[in-house]
Structure formats: structure tokens, C-alpha cells
Design a protein around this ligand. Structure first.
Ligand SMILES: C=C(O[C@H]1C=CC=C(C(=O)O)[C@@H]1O)C(=O)O
Length: 429
């Protein structure tokens, strides 16, 4: 859909309960799926009612402001009142302030949701009436047609795509890690997260819901998402705001799964007791606490990080929870949090400069916030990991990175990125 500065229309939004909907993905558009899902529940978006695009250093703050205006002008009928009912926008934001890709908020024409066993449909209609000049920094495309009841459609043919090294090959990655370790040794910074890319191409008219099915079935405990051609399955909750409660799951520190039960247990113990991984993890936790403290009271974390088991690896994890103290929306909070030390490093400015210097590609939306926001500003946002951007022409770019600290070993970090690519490589392959 093209982007023009068309007048924004006020939205009329109506949520209605429906009989149990068990499968969200078959309802999606096969070429432009919009999805947010975990453990079989979540939100499926069909069509676009309004698209807001942002770029530059203030992209998230602009989105927060534009969303306040759009939501306050909407007429919402929502007898269910659960997270994800009523007016919702799906969003994806670029990692870098100077990315060539845009950051977007998309209000679908129809949203089908399921949460706690309750299913609903939300229909959105764009009407005349809201002045677009009010939508700070946003470029807007609007469509007036209201959503219809979506029907499941059969999946298109199967395909198998190989993803191959992109702008940064394996040897280049190891060299970049060695350079980062040297810079850390010189005291220029303490941690940096370096990523590499894989590329491939989707055949014409491929059903883009297929990789989502693989991701959702293979990684049910992760957030499986698809917004504007960007898709993946992330284990990391950047922030969730629900009726005044703010929470996050911080991940940093990784080890492979063991080949049998005993080796797997040993792997988890090795991760939990590794001072290298504990250090890497603490940088990430501290960055999240520092960003959330000004907006929350009673911010608590588990005393020690715990080991989180995923099908492809173990992570060190810390859950954070607090009470929102200043009425921030989830978009305000992603603006405050991004980029955490789980995806950039410490100190942030030095880490971003080194990423720019050592990574020969634009991260696009990789490692940026991806998720949804509701009319009241509540929402759920993941750190966009284990992901790929698929362009309208079918070009695929997948990304995975690893946190580099003083005693990182380049070959181990390379192996870690291979593990982290697994969900996406298998979903397309
Ligand atoms: C940067 C990534 O992972 C982050 C999240 C969890 C563990 C990480 C690590 O152990 O390096 C990274 O900080 C990625 O998956 O591309």
C-alpha cells in the first residue's frame, strides 16, 4: 500500500464476541499476514484500515503521540474489555534511528482475537473527521471499508527456501567479534551485540502464512509475529502494559541444548553458573530497570536469573514487574526502553557506534520493538528476534546476533548465531 499524507479519518470500532476460534493463521491474508500469537492465542489482523509510518530518532515518540490522537478520536464499542479487544494497532519499529526501512502502526480492517478461551471479532471503519496535521510526524494511509467476517482459506503450495550468508559471512562475523573483544579490552565499551544476516528469495505468490505455522507450532512459548512483511518468533518480552501493571522478560546469555537429558541439564547448569553469561545478562537487566524506573513504582525482579528452555537453546532470563506510576502507554515505554543492552550493548551510545562500524547492513526491524497497542495504550511488545523481513518482491533477510563481552570467543559466538537462526531457517526450509 502506498504512503500518502491523506486526511486521517476518525475510526468507528466494534468488537463482538464470537464462537470459539481455534486457528487464527488460516484466517490471515496469505500475502500480507498480520499476527501476534503465543500458545495458540492472540490477534490476527486482516486488511488495513489505517497505516501510520514513522522514521528517524523520534519514531517511537511520534507513534505514541499519533496513537493518542487517533485513539481519542475513535468511537469504540467493546463489551468484552480484554487485552486486545477494541481498537488495536499492530506495530514494528526499526532498530536504528537512521534505518532505510520505515516503522509502522497498522490498524487492520478486521481483527480476530482469542484470549483465555474467549474469541472475538473487531471491525474497524474509517470515517471522515480527524485532521491529519494533528498526527505528529506520521504519514498516513486510510481505507474506509469496514471489515467482513474472515474465512479460513486453504494454504498455497509448500516451498523450501535455503537461506545463505548475506552481507556478513561467517568469517567476517568472527573477525567482527574479535574486533569487538579487542575494543572492549581497550575499555571503549563493556558489551556490544553483533548480528549477521542470511538471505533468500520466496517464489512468486508464495503463501506467507506457511512459515508462521511452523514458527507457532515449533515455538509455542514465543511470540510469533508478522507485521508488514516482518515475521519471527521471539522469546523476549520488551514490555507489556496491562491495566497499570508493567512487565518485561529480559534475555541475554545463551547455551546450546544438550543431546540427552543429562547433557541438557549440565548445559543449563553451565549457563546459570557462567560468569561471562551472568555479566552479559546483568547489562541487559540493568538497562531495562534504568529505562522503566522513571515510569514505575515497585519495580521487582527475580533475585537470580533463571534458565529458560527453548527447543533450540537455553537462555538466561529475568522477569521484571512493576506498577505504572505516570500513565505511560506501552508506546511511551518502548520509546524509553529501546535499545536495551540485550540487542545493543553498554554503554548504549558506544555500542550503537560499534554496531554501525562493524555490521555491513541495515538491521531494519530486527531487534526493534514489535507488537500491538490498544486504545488505552496498553499493549504487548517483544524484542524482534529470530526473525526475517520479506520484501514485497519476496526477498528474505534473516538476522541473528550475540552479546559480546570481554571474554567472548568468536567461534562460540558464531555458533550461537547459528542456533538462533534455526527457527527461521527451519520455518522457510
Ligand atoms: C541478539 C539476539 O539475542 C539476544 C537475546 C537473548 C540472548 C542473547 C545473547 O545471549 O547474546 C542476545 O542478547 C538474537 O537472537 O539475535
Amino acid at each position: 500500500m502506498s504512503t500518502t499524507a491523506a486526511p486521517v479519518r476518525a475510526l468507528t470500532v466494534e468488537t463482538t464476541p464470537v464462537d470459539d476460534i481455534r486457528h487464527l493463521i488460516p484466517l490471515l491474508d496469505s500475502s500480507e499476514p498480520l499476527l501476534w500469537m503465543r500458545k495458540g492465542e492472540g490477534l490476527a489482523g486482516i486488511g488495513e484500515s489505517i497505516r501510520l509510518e514513522f522514521s528517524g530518532p523520534d519514531r517511537m515518540a511520534q507513534a505514541a503521540e499519533a496513537w493518542r490522537l487517533l485513539a481519542s478520536a475513535a468511537t469504540v464499542t467493546d463489551p468484552i474489555g480484554r487485552p486486545g479487544t477494541g481498537l488495536v494497532a499492530f506495530g514494528t519499529f526499526t532498530f536504528s534511528a537512521h534505518s532505510g526501512l520505515t516503522s509502522v502502526l497498522i490498524v487492520p480492517r478486521t481483527i480476530v482475537g482469542r484470549r483465555g478461551g474467549i474469541s472475538w471479532i473487531t471491525r474497524v471503519q474509517a470515517n471522515d473527521g480527524l485532521d491529519s496535521s494533528a498526527l505528529a510526524g506520521a504519514s498516513v494511509t486510510a481505507s474506509a471499508v469496514a471489515g467482513r467476517m474472515p474465512q479460513a482459506t486453504p494454504f498455497g503450495s509448500e516451498y523450501r527456501i535455503s537461506l545463505l550468508p548475506g552481507a556478513m559471512g561467517k568469517a567476517d562475523y568472527s573477525t567482527a567479534v574479535a574486533t569487538a573483544v579487542e575494543r572492549i579490552g581497550r575499555g571503549e565499551l563493556e558489551k556490544v551485540v553483533l548480528a549477521r544476516d542470511l538471505v533468500g528469495h520466496l517464489p512468486l505468490e508464495s503463501d506467507r502464512r506457511r512459515p508462521l505455522v511452523e514458527l507457532a507450532l515449533g515455538y509455542p512459548d514465543c511470540w510469533t509475529y508478522a507485521v508488514d512483511g516482518f515475521m519471527g518468533s521471539s522469546p523476549e518480552t520488551l514490555v507489556r502494559v496491562d491495566h497499570g501493571t508493567v512487565s518485561a522478560r529480559v534475555l541475554a546469555g545463551t547455551i546450546s541444548r544438550g543431546g540427552d537429558a543429562e547433557a541438557d541439564h549440565d548445559s543449563a547448569v553451565a549457563l546459570a553458573t557462567s560468569s561471562k553469561d551472568r555479566d552479559e545478562h546483568q547489562f541487559a537487566v540493568q538497562s531495562v530497570l534504568a529505562a522503566l524506573s522513571p515510569h514505575s513504582s515497585r519495580l521487582v525482579t527475580s533475585e537470580m536469573p533463571f534458565t529458560l528452555k527453548l527447543p533450540n537453546l537455553w537462555h538466561l532470563a529475568t522477569d521484571v514487574e512493576g506498577t505504572l506510576s505516570d500513565g505511560s502507554t506501552s508506546l511511551d515505554l518502548i520509546a524509553a526502553l529501546h535499545p536495551t543492552a540485550a540487542v545493543a550493548g553498554t554503554p548504549t551510545a558506544s555500542a550503537l557506534a560499534l554496531i554501525d562500524e562493524l555490521e555491513p547492513f541495515d538491521r531494519g526491524r530486527y531487534a526493534g520493538p514489535v507488537g500491538w497497542v490498544g486504545a488505552d495504550g496498553d499493549g504487548e511488545w517483544a524484542v524482534a528476534l529470530r526473525c526475517a523481513q520479506v520484501s514485497p518482491a519476496g526477498d528474505i533477510t534473516a538476522y541473528a546476533g550475540a552479546g559480546i563481552v570481554a571474554d567472548s570467543d568468536p567461534e562460540r559466538e558464531l555458533a550461537e548465531t547459528r542456533m538462533k537462526f534455526r527457527p527461521v531457517v527451519e520455518a522457510f526450509g
